[in-house]
Design a protein around this ligand. Structure first.
Ligand SMILES: [Zn+2]
Ligand SMILES: [Zn+2]
Ligand SMILES: [Zn+2]
Length: 336
């Protein structure tokens, strides 16, 4: 029998088809291979082909926009939103609109064209997480922005247009609906129980164990109870923390280790899948609170969202999270 499960944070239902559980190898997909060749604006030497950098780590005496960096952040050459102008909210009758104020940046995670977050040293992944933090803190000084979204598209099937490993950041003048729902529902839960809903989930998951993939002193990776997608994975700090950018220093190290490990396991079990991840954190102006708990949602791209999902916001997931967690937990990852 398939099972209907409810995501306690968003109230969204998913259908888990427990009786036709797919093995990881059953998904039709293409592995993400880095081919190289041709000019790459994210490779050292290509600095002049991107807009001037807003942040660079690792440069030892060299000038801005030259080689020698380890992580480099630049404005997106084709931004979804523009940074210039004042925010102007107005509508057309019953329709709401505002001008497209925002920032859109690219975090180039390594100078190595052939690297990925799964193959880079742990220290490099940690640097990427620090770069996210520095950019969020900087952009939050701009009072027009209500939310800074960090996300990553890895592989063409996940929407990446350049193969050199990178993440993106979009600063928005509004809080995205998905985040607003999570924050509001978490606040409501806190109002009733005086506990953070995510801390409660973590406590229950650690007791049950079946959906825990990995953990270290600081962070934990779980398959959520009602995942939308096969092998959807959440990564959370173990101690309550409402804003990503305000985390204690050690958290970024712990989180980097776990993120890298989970990605290596996904590469092993799912044959280098395309994936997306997003960071969900408290919006600007409500950073410090007891009800919301920042996390990273990771989604390997194994299935296609189709009519049923579009029409209902229900999701059909052929892999029970208990199975996904077990596959990832037991994955054999070659040390390197
Ligand atoms: Zn490159
Ligand atoms: Zn919490
Ligand atoms: Zn979330």
């Amino acid at each position: 029998m398939p099972e209907l499960r409810k995501d306690i944070i968003t109230g969204r239902w998913v259908i888990i088809s427990t009786d036709r559980a797919h093995r990881p190898t059953d998904f039709v997909r293409q592995s993400v291979e880095i081919r190289g060749g041709g000019f790459c604006p994210f490779c050292p030497g290509g600095e002049a082909k991107t807009p001037p950098e807003v942040l660079a780590f690792g440069r030892n005496g060299g000038g801005a926009n030259t080689a020698g960096w380890t992580v480099r952040v630049v404005p997106n050459k084709f931004p979804a939103l523009g940074i210039e102008g004042t925010l102007d909210r107005q509508g057309e009758g019953i329709f709401g609109k505002m001008n497209g104020i925002g920032a859109h940046e690219v975090i180039v995670e390594t100078p190595d064209h052939y690297g990925s977050l799964a193959t880079l040293p742990e220290y490099s992944v940690e640097q990427v997480l620090w770069a996210y933090r520095d950019r969020i803190l900087d952009l939050k000084k701009d009072r027009r922005f209500r939310y800074i979204l960090i996300f990553k598209n890895h592989g063409e099937a996940a929407g990446a247009t350049l193969e050199h490993t990178h993440s993106q950041l979009i600063a928005l003048p509004i809080v995205p609906k998905r985040v607003r729902e999570e924050v509001d529902n978490s606040r409501k839960y806190y109002g009733e129980k005086e506990r953070c809903i995510f801390c409660d989930i973590l406590r229950q998951e650690r007791e049950a164990g079946v959906r825990v993939i990995l953990e270290n002193d600081d962070c934990i990776a779980i398959s959520p109870y009602a995942p939308r997608f096969p092998f959807e994975t959440w990564l959370l700090p173990k101690r309550h923390a409402s804003a990503y950018e305000d985390a204690e220093a050690g958290i970024y190290r712990g989180c980097a280790a776990l993120l890298r490990d989970v990605l290596r396991r996904m590469d092993a079990v799912l044959e280098k899948p395309a994936y997306n991840y997003v960071i969900h954190t408290s919006p600007a102006g409500e950073e410090t609170n007891d009800h919301y708990h920042w996390h990273i949602e990771m989604m390997p791209r194994l299935t296609k969202v189709a009519g049923f999902e579009w029409g209902t916001d229900f999701y059909l997931n052929p892999t029970p999270p208990e199975e996904a967690a077990r596959f990832l937990r037991e994955a054999v990852v070659t040390v390197g």
